[in-house]
Design a protein around this ligand. Structure first.
Ligand code: MLT
Length: 247
């Protein structure tokens, strides 16, 4: 019997090495882009358009979009929103379209544009992601956004959590050592993600910007029942609300 495989790619830079046809790609940037996207979509934001450059994001303003973005963790000057999940929960964003540019998260999403399907994952929607992958029964790649094309710990932990869940079901296989390494780290960290990450680079960076509340939120497991996916037009929308069925 065919069993799909699960692989983990630690950085968008290595993505071409893992890229395959008919592969479902789960993009993760735990701190904070994909957590913020999940929070926005759960809040009823209509769509989020990931864009790479600041200029491109600004150009969406004329089309009626709310413009959101950060660089190195800080809100961009003249932008309505940064990248804090709490700002994506504001009531006034319900039904709105947002153009979002971030240091790593939106870049990772864009790098996987050729994939058969792209799912947005974070600890806050871990269960929604794994449940969907178990239903799809297709080869899966978890693509970690990392930091400026380098490895980071928090995205790797999420990748380990997904890989662990899929392999434990007995329905998936792996021959990928980065998936195995991610599982080892996740099993070590899962009791207390926050203290495991105490010495990690982006946690430190966000800590210096007084974003402790964001970090706590982003490390909360299964807070949201939401499945943001990239649609054929490049918008991130809520799959659970498309046609009222979970596809
Ligand atoms: C990113 O995309 O690099 C991050 O989400 C940065 C941040 O924490 O704002």
């Amino acid at each position: 019997m065919f069993k799909p495989d699960i692989q983990v790619c630690f950085s968008p830079h290595s993505y071409p090495l893992f890229q395959e046809q008919n592969q479902v790609v789960v993009v993760v940037d735990v701190l904070r882009a994909t957590s913020a996207i999940c929070a926005g979509i759960a809040n009823g934001v209509n769509s989020i358009m990931p864009v790479e450059t600041i200029e491109e994001a600004k150009s969406y303003r004329q089309k009626g979009f709310v413009v959101a973005g950060e660089r190195n963790g800080e809100v961009l000057e003249g932008f309505e929103l940064g990248n804090s999940p709490f700002s994506f929960m504001e009531e006034k964003l319900k039904g709105k379209n947002i153009a979002l540019t971030t240091t790593n998260g939106t870049k990772a999403i864009k790098s996987a544009y050729q994939a058969e399907s792209i799912i947005i994952g974070a600890f806050v929607n871990l269960h929604s992601v794994t449940e969907h992958l178990l239903t799809l029964k297709k080869n899966v790649l978890v693509l970690c956004a990392g930091w400026k094309d380098k490895f980071n710990l928090e995205d790797t932990l999420f990748a380990g959590a997904v890989a662990n869940e899929l392999l434990s079901s007995g329905m998936f296989v792996t021959s990928c050592d980065s998936a195995r390494a991610a599982i080892l780290l996740y099993n070590h960290a899962k009791g207390n993600l926050e203290s495991f990450l105490i010495d990690s680079s982006h946690r430190e960076r966000l800590g210096k910007l007084n974003l402790q509340k964001d970090i706590e939120y982003c490390l909360t497991v299964n807070k949201l029942n939401v499945l943001p996916v990239l649609d054929k037009n490049g918008f991130i929308v809520n799959k659970t609300q498309q046609n009222n069925v979970l596809l």
